[in-house]
Design a protein around this ligand. Sequence first.
Ligand SMILES: Cc1cc2nc3c(=O)[nH]c(=O)nc-3n(C[C@H](O)[C@H](O)[C@H](O)COP(=O)(O)O)c2cc1C
Length: 225
Amino acid sequence: MSAPQNTNPAAEMRTKRVLIGATGSVASIKVPLLAKSIIAQGHDKNMQIEIAIAASNSALHFFRQEQLPEENVTLYTDKDEWAKWKKIGDPVLHIELRKWADICVVAPLDANTMAKVANGFCDNMLTCVLRAWDMSKPRVVCPAMNPMMWEHPITDAQLVVLRDQLGFHVVSPISKGLACGDVGMGAMAEPEVIAKVVVEQLVAADLSTAATNGVDVSETKTTEP
Ligand SMILES: Cc1cc2nc3c(=O)[nH]c(=O)nc-3n(C[C@H](O)[C@H](O)[C@H](O)COP(=O)(O)O)c2cc1C
């Protein structure tokens, strides 16, 4: 028996909001590609993806607004946080972003921001969003640093906190020749790989919400009419 035909696939599209955190690793040159890849892979899973990018001041050295997709992608910086708040009652950007997003992915996560997040520091817009994060929503980090930084003993200790205590899904770095000339473990995972993890996490969160709400997920997945 054949599967029921969907006469209007567009009607099935679900809007999903992704917050990309970008930090001062050279791997931030791949942020535009990551945004495109998440949009494309989300589309393949019937998701209309909207993206907000929360960039640290250091991250802004590595990509430009013009490199980002024109539609459905908005770049926010520390300047925006304070430009949008003038008086009591005005929206606080890092809280608005936390409420808005269905998932956050910090890609790249540099050594500095890794240390800050693992220790609860929040001295810029991105780390404020992460410190205020709603722990019922998925969160992903993609470390990127020099091999010696990666192998430093403090890295392991902070990764344990991020993964086991704070519930981040860690996309491990890969080994290759780095921009600094060193070769070894520490380069950010490829954008396509990170995008796949993000979309998988969004699908998993949907299934979990459906189960909590008592929706029989097995029925919605059946191919039988
Ligand atoms: C050209 C350049 C490349 C850098 N690449 C990295 C990197 O890949 N990983 C890292 O942890 N730090 C890297 N840094 C250092 C960070 O930019 C620095 O620690 C900065 O303070 C991070 O700030 P942020 O965490 O607020 O973005 C790099 C610095 C420069 C100048």
